[in-house]
Design a protein around this ligand. Structure first.
Ligand code: HEC
Length: 232
């Protein structure tokens, strides 16, 4: 029933041209229910999106990694900009983002964010350059929140240092203390002991690790390794 009213409302609006914008004060609640957002991106490092992940443009509420509406960003030939649009963004949305998505449709890494909290109806974001490299400082930030209490810059559980400035050299292609595997093997989540420690209940260490991180953080680490574990 509600849908029908909305449809009638939209038609009435179209005929009466009631969306002229100068009758009502600039109050988001007085306009239609949704806004339209369009943007063009010039993307670099497009080959860095790892297999199993996708590039998505979506609209998000505050502090949410699940979009209200979203669209996949398609490949374009050569360096041509790619144009994406969302025609019906609920006004509860606060930002639009270009993000790396997991299969579960959650944003685990944001390449680009634009504030739409004051947008009234339709906005066109100018052509924007975006690099699709995963920045190591996002990984380091996550270590800082979850790991550095026990894995510092000078001392760490299992001899592993995850402090700022030392973690990369301690992980990538480095022998592990508790395994034959290296801690991180670029491009191979499978061969990286780090991921076993964080996800595999069967790994027995004096400190259990499989409940330390949320799934989004685990997926970010996997994506980083699958994209080559670079120090960007
Ligand atoms: C409460 C303390 C604590 C926290 C928090 C912690 N760890 Fe550990 N971690 C340890 C201890 C202690 C060991 C050594 C266990 C052993 O040798 O049996 C260890 C071992 C490891 C190892 C194995 C190292 C090797 O070479 O064998 C990895 C990988 C690891 N931790 C990663 C992490 C990451 C990533 C985080 C954060 C997401 C984290 N840890 C958070 C205490 C902690």
């Amino acid at each position: 029933m509600k849908k029908i009213y909305l449809l009638i409302g939209a038609l009435a609006c179209a005929f009466a041209a009631c969306d002229s914008g100068d009758i009502y004060p600039a109050d988001r609640t007085n306009k239609g229910d949704n806004i339209a957002v369009a943007v063009s991106f010039r993307l670099s490092a497009r080959d860095k999106i790892p297999a199993g992940y996708s590039l998505v443009f979506g609209a998000f509420e505050e502090n949410s990694s699940s979009p209200l509406v979203w669209t996949s960003v398609m490949e374009t030939a050569g360096d041509a900009p790619v144009r994406v649009s969302l025609s019906s963004v609920p006004k509860a949305a606060r930002t639009v983002k270009l993000s790396l998505f997991t299969v579960g449709r959650k944003a685990i890494y944001d390449f680009y964010t634009f504030d739409i909290s004051t947008a009234l109806d339709a906005i066109e974001i100018p052509l924007t350059d975006v690099s699709l490299l995963l920045k190591y400082n996002k990984i380091q930030e996550m270590f800082g929140k979850n790991c550095t209490a026990c894995h510092g810059t000078e001392r760490g559980g299992g001899g592993l240092l995850l402090g700022d400035g030392v973690s990369y050299a301690a992980l990538v292609n480095q022998a592990a203390t508790n395994s034959e595997k290296v801690r991180v093997e670029p491009y191979s989540v499978q061969n990286s002991f780090l991921m076993d420690v964080l996800t595999d209940e069967a790994i027995k260490l004096s400190q259990p690790h499989s409940t330390i991180l949320y799934a989004d953080d685990i997926n970010l680490l996997k994506a980083w390794i699958a994209a080559g574990a670079e120090h960007n």
